[in-house]
Write a protein that binds this ligand. Structure first.
Ligand code: NAD
Ligand code: ZN
Length: 435
């Protein structure tokens, strides 16, 4: 096994005896997963045995002995965030195999697929069909598309519908949609019968690379966003890149704001590769490397949150790069007209300005970041008429300004970031002034 694994790491084909079925049923689909456990490479069975003991790190590759035998070559990554570990399956067409994928982990039971009015009519039918074929009894619950559905009242109403449909402690919840549905369905899964399993099927790029990873679930209140919630990790995440074809371009760009952020804070190679990509939606989705792009981003987020799973130690602060001023811009606009990704893009530009002063970011790096944001149709300048003063008023409410101390994420160069206590309100004022 060691020799085979070494050869695979070199990229050479290896005839590897044991195989694990996967790839959408039909005996012809099979793949071999290798996993790194304490420096050794082992197969899946061994991985499952060792994973609960916390010895296993992530799945890092897959192997296909004879390519033409396979219907799907699913890129799979096993996310380990502290005590939790779950697979993220990424490919085109993987959505229609949801039933089999879940059946590998759960016994036949009733379940609820929670979706919204844009996504449900497009994608729920093949999922419900595959769930039934795998022996589950699914109920579809559709809520109005949009942030206004991420409310406690809506979560309560969904729980009532689930009880009426006969769901119980053995049941599970699937979230089929963007971050709104991911957060709402995850919260429902966390509270229904004191917690049942959750499967994420994200359908926006932002949800694939960001919100479906990390176990943060919740709803908004009149006082603010995400103020009620629970940590509840999914047991499985299924990213079908085909669903992104119907995603409006502006929503796709929001996902790229978080992807560019990941490149800036953690991966200079990713940043360089993004420069090579087309900014055009269709060209971009057609690229065969697109699932790989999602995998890289899932792993970056997982790696950062693993250091501080419940977000109490400040270790995941780098993920907030561009978000301090970004959140201020969102609030200042009353969450109208500027989307989260657009506000983050502007926040990144302002954070670069501050980083040039406080952490020595070269101006060439700042320019490369601004160019990349523009390429993915993200704004890099605030409209002249934007009420800039309101951004400062909004910042007072930011958690990161607790006890008057400013903790601001800066980048010294593309590929790294850290939390600074050296940034002043005046620095922020200056950066917003020239935005
Ligand atoms: P969203 O869920 O509102 O989706 C955006 C829009 O696209 C919606 O109108 C939706 O119906 C539509 N849509 C989704 N998939 C589609 C598809 N494939 N084709 C056509 N239309 C589609 O928004 P989002 O940007 O995905 O998520 C934002 C939410 O995520 C916010 O509530 C935010 O707080 C949350 N979030 C959570 C975390 C976390 O860690 N839990 C992280 C980041 C963001
Ligand atoms: Zn964000």
């Amino acid at each position: 096994m060691q020799a085979s694994a070494a050869a695979m790491l070199d990229g050479s084909p290896v005839d590897f005896g044991a195989s694990e079925t996967g790839g959408g049923g039909g005996g012809s689909s099979a793949m071999v997963y290798l996993h790194r456990i304490e420096g050794c490479l082992v197969n899946s069975e061994c991985f499952r045995e060792l994973a609960p003991k916390g010895l296993a790190s992530r799945r890092f590759s897959f192997f296909q002995p004879a390519k033409n035998q396979y219907r799907l070559g699913v890129t799979s990554t096993e996310i380990s965030t502290g005590g939790n570990s779950y697979p993220v399956l990424i490919d085109s067409g993987v959505l229609a195999t949801a039933g089999d994928r879940i059946r590998e982990k759960l016994a036949p039971a009733r379940c609820a697929t929670i979706s919204d009015t844009n996504v449900g009519p497009r994608f729920a039918v093949p999922i419900q069909k595959s769930l039934r074929a795998a022996g589950f009894e699914p109920t579809l619950i559709t809520v109005q598309a949009g942030e206004q559905s991420k409310m406690l009242e809506q979560a309560g109403a969904i729980c009532e519908q689930m009880l009426e449909a006969g769901l119980d402690r053995q049941s599970f919840v699937i979230g089929l949609g963007g971050g709104v549905i991911g957060d709402l369905s995850g919260f429902v899964a966390a509270i229904f019968e004191r917690g049942i399993p959750h499967v994420q099927i994200p359908t926006t790029l932002l949800a694939m690379v960001d919100s479906s990873i990390g176990g943060k679930t919740g709803v908004n209140t009149r006082a603010g966003k995400n103020l009620i919630g629970a940590f509840h990790h999914p047991m499985l995440v299924i990213d079908d890149v085909d669903v992104l074809k119907t995603l409006p371009e502006r929503e796709l760009s929001q996902g790229f704001a978080e992807i560019i952020k990941h490149g800036i804070i953690a991966d200079a190679n990713l940043f360089r590769n993004l420069n090579e990509m087309s900014g055009d939606k269709l060209d971009c989705l057609k690229q065969s490397s697109f699932p790989e792009l999602i995998r890289q981003n899932v792993e970056i987020k997982a790696r950062i949150i693993a250091k501080d799973e419940s977000d109490r130690k400040g270790e995941r602060a780098s993920l907030n790069f561009g978000h301090t001023i970004g959140h201020g811009i969102e609030r200042a606009s009353n969450y109208h007209g500027i989307s989260h990704g657009e506000a983050v893009s502007l926040g990144i530009v302002a954070a670069c300005e501050i980083s040039m002063k406080k952490s020595g970011l070269p101006s060439s790096d700042r320019n490369a970041i601004v160019d990349l944001l523009s390429k993915f149709n993200l704004p890099t300048k605030l409209p002249a008429s934007f009420p800039r003063q309101r951004i400062f008023e909004a910042l007072k409410f930011d958690k990161k300004f607790e006890h008057g101390q400013i903790r601001f994420v800066v980048t010294p160069k593309i590929g790294s970031a850290y939390l600074s206590t050296d940034v002043t309100v005046e620095d922020i004022r200056e950066a917003v002034k020239i935005l």
